[in-house]
Design a protein around this ligand. Structure first.
Ligand SMILES: Nc1ncnc2c1ncn2[C@@H]1O[C@H](COP(=O)(O)OP(=O)(O)OP(=O)(O)O)[C@@H](O)[C@H]1O
Ligand SMILES: [Mg+2]
Length: 505
């Protein structure tokens, strides 16, 4: 691409106010074709809101956005036609349709005709080739693809619509580790093809690897901007948080009590003959590659999957398997990885989400005590560092990372006997991760047995007393904290053999 037709997107004095809350405050910066700009900031800093203004989804209260010097149109459709596409964290594809149909969504050359169809296939193929999916059969159903492939197909869909500006909001936060590499590779490839890329993530290491420039938002203000090489991890975090990060993850030595959770030979969808235990006060980690069955095991214990054999007990009492309700009665609670799908009532207020199904302490004679409810919500929000304006605000209006804190808070505040956390820090900023684990440690200290998994193995190793390594649906090793060796655990996760200090079951 010649430098004369390099696209340039520019923001000047962009502000956005919801009611009386100013979420973006006079933000200005520009980015152009052939570059990757990283946009970073704490949960609630305004990143997604900024993106929604660029996408034409919301109208800025003030300021100007231009593309190649001309005002960016103010409707979502017109923005796409102007060459600006946004990839959100949640996929928008339609799983039952074919790859071809999905890629052509919104792009279909109208009315059949053999020639048109051939043209459609050619365009789809060309788009898919640009994201490295040229080899996949166009008739493949979307649901048969991996998450990364689906995300890449969404990018292909944008490219077919002649996107020259691509904006990605936390694209890797729901991707398994191995797929992150593929996505980063494609994104740098698109830069080489002349696309202007704005990339939002809480994984700062990704930005140091691929971005050319960084823009830092704090409280809706742009507080720093410059070439990535001007920053290091420490200075970037300081710009984001306005302070140094004391520790990424806490660990506290705890007194472990008796075994609370005992799972024996559990076989369910994606989980083969697994035996695990957790003691009162213990934080037990599940480690494994994508698809190794971490989530499946947690879900089976939580009663979300029907179980073909094996048993679960809590405090030596058998828990009927395959029933969420029975597991809950036995004190087993599960915080799902997909907060949008089965974690929260997005239309509901923060207060109601926090007490959902548990009105203990906030009701009297069967009536909800609204003052007590608001007080409790305020107290929880403070302890979990939830950034909100009011406890009656809809959860759906909170930023992604702050919704995640509500999921963790709601479970922890109910004091379960067994707490199952599936990726509790997904989408949470570097400053707030430690806070989440601090609360999880509080819970453990009060005697709860905790099981946790994360897409970040280092995170699990930093916080767990003991880990189980899973490969292809089965536990292959159990390792206690004093024996943690990162390299060896990664080796085992990849299907390698145990050497010393571990056992293979
Ligand atoms: N429709 C809305 N009504 C009221 N407030 C809103 C609305 N949408 C967003 N906000 C508020 O704007 C602020 C910024 O949210 P935004 O989603 O932009 O943050 P973010 O930087 O993307 O955070 P995260 O890293 O957690 O995704 C938050 O305090 C949020 O509650
Ligand atoms: Mg966001």
């Amino acid at each position: 691409m010649k430098s004369t037709d390099t696209v340039r997107l520019s923001l000047e004095g962009v502000s956005k106010t919801f009611g009386t809350n100013t979420v973006l405050n006079g933000v200005g910066f520009a980015f152009e074709g052939g570059t990757i700009t990283g946009l970073v900031g704490e949960n609630g800093a305004g990143k997604s809101t900024l993106i929604r203004t660029l996408a034409g989804a919301i109208e800025p209260t003030a300021g100007e956005i231009t593309i190649d010097g001309r005002p960016l149109p103010r409707s979502a459709k017109a923005v796409i036609d102007a060459g600006v596409s946004v990839i959100y964290q949640e996929l928008t594809d339609i799983p039952d349709m074919s790859l071809l149909e999905n890629v052509l969504l919104g792009n279909l050359t109208a009315r059949g005709g053999v020639k048109r169809q051939a043209e459609n296939r050619r365009r789809a193929r060309a788009g898919l080739e640009r994201v490295g999916l040229g080899q996949i059969d166009l008739g493949t159903a979307i649901r048969e693809l991996t998450m990364a492939q689906r995300q890449l197909a969404e990018i292909a869909r944008c490219l077919i619509r002649n996107a020259r500006v691509l904006i990605l909001d936390e694209p890797t936060s729901s991707l398994p580790e191995a797929d992150v590499e593929t996505l980063l590779h494609v994104v740098t490839d698109l830069r080489a093809q002349g696309i202007a890329i704005l990339y939002v993530t809480h994984h700062l290491d990704e930005l140091f690897r691929i971005s050319d420039r960084l823009v830092v938002l704090r409280d809706g203000h742009k507080v720093a901007e410059g070439p990535t090489s001007d920053f290091d991890e420490k200075s970037l975090v300081r710009a984001m948080l306005a302070k140094d990060l004391e520790q990424a993850y806490p660990y506290r030595d705890r007194r472990l009590g008796k075994t609370v959770l005992r799972v024996e030979n559990l076989t369910a969808a994606g989980s083969k003959g697994n035996s695990v235990t957790a003691r009162a006060g213990e934080v037990v980690g599940l480690v494994g590659l994508a698809g190794a069955g971490r989530t499946e095991l947690l879900r089976a214990i939580a009663g979300a999957h029907s179980v073909s054999s094996g048993s679960v007990s809590v405090d030596d009492k058998a828990v009927p398997t395959g029933s969420l309700g029975k597991a809950l009665q036995a004190g087993i609670m599960y915080a799902p990885e997909d907060r949008k799908r089965d974690g929260l009532v997005l239309d509901g207020s923060i207060e109601s989400n926090l007490v959902y199904g548990d009105y203990h302490g906030v009701s009297r004679w069967g009536l909800l005590n609204f003052r007590a409810l608001a007080r409790k919500a305020r107290d929880v929000a403070q302890r979990y560092q939830v950034r909100m304006y009011s406890p009656s605000q809809a959860v759906g209006d909170l930023s992604g990372g702050n919704q995640q804190k509500i999921v963790v808070a709601r479970l922890s505040e109910r004091e379960p006997r067994v707490a199952l956390f599936d990726d509790p820090t997904r989408g949470v900023d570097v400053g707030a991760k430690a806070g989440i684990y601090d609360r999880i440690f509080d819970l453990a200290e009060r005697g709860t047995a905790v099981l946790v998994c994360s897409s970040d193995t280092d995170e699990v190793l930093a916080v767990a007393d003991r880990v189980y390594v899973l490969v292809s649906g089965s536990v292959v090793a159990e390792i206690t904290r004093d024996q943690f060796e990162r390299e060896q655990i990664l080796h085992l996760s990849a299907g390698g053999n145990a050497t010393n200090g571990t056992f293979t079951s």
